[in-house]
Design a binder for this molecule. Sequence first.
Ligand code: MG
Length: 173
Amino acid sequence: MRIGHGYDSHRFAEGRRLILGGIEIPAERGLDGHSDADAVAHAVTDALLGAAGLGDIGRHFPPGDPQWKDADSIKLLAHAVHLLEARNHQVVNVDVTVVAEAPRIGPHARAMQERLAVVMGISPEHVSVKGKSNEGMGWVGRGEGIAVWAVALIDSVEDLSVVTKGHRDGGAS
Ligand code: MG
């Protein structure tokens, strides 16, 4: 098993939709960015790439690349999952903390969990999305943007078969 950590932050901007975890959340402002600025999808993508030792989101999806302009970040996450699968890695679970003064994340957490789970091919029970305020402190507290932390556990399908074979061999001897 391997663990990965991801972090992302985006600044609020007028005239943008707020997309988090692949879900559009009703809000006065959205987040600024080259893609759709889905900080949850970006943090989870980085956690998965980190767990697999595959670098980071900027290496796979350069921010200046025109093909990722206003990109649906769920597609970036899906691409990362494919990269993992090609290396016999499977996502076990993901835990996400979204830090923002507004809007409230809780009412949208379940929808985000379900969307992220489908993309990663796991049960929504294995995806956790939690919202916190920053108690008015710092740039998050001033409502300048949103910060997201994510951790992901992945398992190697290859290693699993080795473990199973080991048990079999052990039982036969
Ligand atoms: Mg980002």
